[in-house]
Write a protein that binds this ligand. Structure first.
Ligand SMILES: Cc1cc2nc3c(=O)[nH]c(=O)nc-3n(C[C@H](O)[C@H](O)[C@H](O)COP(=O)(O)OP(=O)(O)OC[C@H]3O[C@@H](n4cnc5c(N)ncnc54)[C@H](O)[C@@H]3O)c2cc1C
Length: 548
């Protein structure tokens, strides 16, 4: 940018500082590089301004400022969106991470949490009362993005998806108006916020129903060698849909790290793991789980009574921020023999030791919610499976790792229903995003036209105009590549490069900018947590809403 333009921009930002209570960070300032980074280390973008809001008024101020100066807006919740929609070159990044606070009403069994809260903070506040709701299984993931896109967690078979437990959202619209959105006040908008992402405004708080959970639950990981993976998956396809709702089943298949409960000769070898959670009576859980834990010959398990919060942080170490990452997700209503064969061959060909296959058994309460009740749409009984390539920063083979995801995704989705859940959208094109929403698409478009006709919130996974622009860009990119390098790997390497560019910016149209106390956890169980790299839980998240 020319010096004169830079000076103009600096003057603009100085005027904003007088009205903004949080931190405003520009390129060149000390905290800039640290604050613009998100979970996915492959995303390397440079916003024009980072507005670290401390309350809803700051959000309104930053939003109005960006609109007045025709600057595009991206919204950062917990920063764990894999495609990095939270941050864009030359945009104003409205960063919500400083807006903290969880207030729990144990009598009503509800919690209101501010948009910058993470799942670790949420669980810490609600588990003081022995309460929980379905939420993220890595403690640093933000409640915001996860909730607005659907939300999966260990309690989904007992309590449904996160959006099924959502009761209200405080939202700032494109016009800067503050709305409380719930099923009574704004039923259609409330429908759209339960799965439709950040298209209709900036959420500053969420109110959830809570349920008695733990503080001790029966759960933990169990692993089988890859040679037995097919047998276990065949058992699981019949066992999971018929299991009691109390049982949460998450798949985690990867190359084994050195976990003391597993045989050392297996370290580094690919294995199928299940992370199980029984949210009910322990004795009954043992009875239900026994047949599953005796399929074939497990390498080892840590299934035992554990604090619910320990389960909720068990995967933290495996999901540390800063590595490059890319994923794609499929929905498999039938776990057919051929789908299992593909799954096992993908497990056998993981591109790096950090990469993995993961997913959920979808059934129980989550699958009984009517298709038109939330924007997530239909949730048929079956499995959600994700292929996740993860690589160390600066790995020169990032493109090949992403190619593994694409190739595997194409093979696996041949056995699926062509759909995927919005929570796990990555960098799909318009057709992929439409496939995620199916019948709900027209309703989402109508809501967008009503609440954000100027497409102010376009830097997100499902904004129509952005997607059209993205599709055009990808087609252009691919055509250019195919002329020079016809190999698929190069083509896919380019998709990773896309994370570093600003495709949507290229098409910005300025006209658009018009009460139970938990018992102390048993020491032995806590000692087991770091085996999977679980981090220490964050400090108290209880705060006040006075600033909201
Ligand atoms: C390590 C890891 C573990 C995960 N585990 C789970 C899991 O267990 N269950 C599950 O369901 N998903 C899980 N996910 C997926 C996760 O739910 C999505 O990536 C989600 O979008 C992350 O939300 P965030 O707020 O952290 O991310 P962000 O990148 O900050 O948000 C993603 C997008 O959501 C929108 N957005 C966020 N906050 C707001 C807001 N307040 N108002 C308006 N728009 C907003 C913006 O468009 C933003 O770009 C996981 C992801 C990772 C990387």
């Amino acid at each position: 940018m020319e010096q004169a333009a830079l000076d103009r921009r600096s003057r603009m930002f100085r005027s904003l500082r007088t009205r903004f209570r949080g931190a405003l960070i520009q390129p060149g300032e000390d905290a800039y590089d640290e604050t613009r980074r998100i979970w996915n280390g492959a995303v390397d973008r440079r916003p024009a301004l980072i507005a670290r809001c401390v309350d809803a008024d700051d959000v309104v101020t930053a939003l109005r400022f960006a609109r007045d100066h025709a600057l595009p807006i991206s919204v950062r919740g917990g920063g764990h969106g894999v495609a990095g929609n939270a941050v864009y070159d030359d945009a104003v990044m409205i960063d919500l991470t400083l807006i903290k606070g969880v207030s729990v009403d144990p009598a009503k069994r509800q919690a209101r949490a501010a948009a910058g809260v993470t799942w670790g903070e949420f669980d810490l506040a609600t588990q003081r009362y022995g309460l929980a709701t379905t939420g993220g299984t890595v403690s640093q993931v933000g409640i915001s993005g996860l909730t607005l896109h659907g939300g999966f967690g260990h309690l989904l078979r007992k309590r449904g998806l996160t959006v099924d437990n959502l009761r209200a959202v405080e939202l700032i619209t494109a016009e800067g108006e503050q709305l409380r959105v719930d099923a009574q006040s704004e039923p259609e908008l409330f429908w759209g916020l339960r799965g439709g992402g950040g298209n209709f405004g900036i959420a500053t708080s969420f109110t959830y129903d809570l349920h008695p959970v733990g503080p001790l639950v029966l759960g933990g990981p169990v692993y089988w060698p890859i040679e037995q993976a097919a047998e276990v998956l065949r058992f699981l396809r019949d066992f999971a849909p018929a299991a009691p709702d109390e049982l949460g089943i998450m798949l985690v298949a990867h190359q084994l790290p050195p976990l003391p409960f597993l045989p050392p000769e297996q370290y580094g070898k690919p294995a199928l793991g299940l992370l199980l959670t029984w949210a009910g009576e322990v004795a009954e859980g043992i009875r239900v789980l026994t047949p599953l834990l005796h399929v074939a010959s497990p390498l080892g398990d840590l299934v035992r009574p554990v604090p619910y919060r320990a389960l909720q942080t068990l995967l933290d170490g495996a999901a540390a921020p800063g590595n490059g990452a890319y994923w794609r997700s499929v929905r498999l209503p039938q776990l057919s023999d051929s789908a299992i064969e593909v799954f096992v061959s993908l497990l056998d060909s993981l591109p790096t030791r950090l990469s993995f296959l993961t997913g959920w058994a979808i059934s129980g309460a989550a699958s009984r919610v009517a298709a038109d009740a939330t924007a997530v749409g239909e949730r048929e009984v079956g499995f959600e499976i994700r292929l996740i390539a993860v690589w160390p920063p600066e790995d020169p083979a990032a493109g090949q790792h992403a190619a593994w995801v694409h190739e595997g995704w194409n093979r696996l989705r041949a056995h699926g229903n062509g759909r995927q859940y919005p929570t796990f959208l990555s960098d799909e094109r318009l057709s992929g995003v439409r496939a995620a929403y199916q019948d709900g698409w027209a309703r989402l478009v109508a809501l967008k036209d009503r609440y954000d006709p100027g497409n102010v919130f376009r830097l997100n996974a499902i904004s129509r105009r952005a997607l059209r622009a993205r599709s055009r860009l990808i087609i252009w990119y691919q055509a250019a590549l195919l002329r020079t390098q016809p190999q698929m790997e190069s083509d896919l390497a380019n998709r990773v490069t896309l994370f570093r560019t600003t495709p949507r910016m290229m098409s910005v149209d300025p006209a658009d900018l018009s009460a139970r106390r938990p018992a102390a956890p048993p020491a032995r169980v806590d000692a087991a947590v770091p085996f999977l790299g679980g981090s220490a839980l964050p400090g108290s998240a209880r705060g006040s809403f006075s600033r909201l």
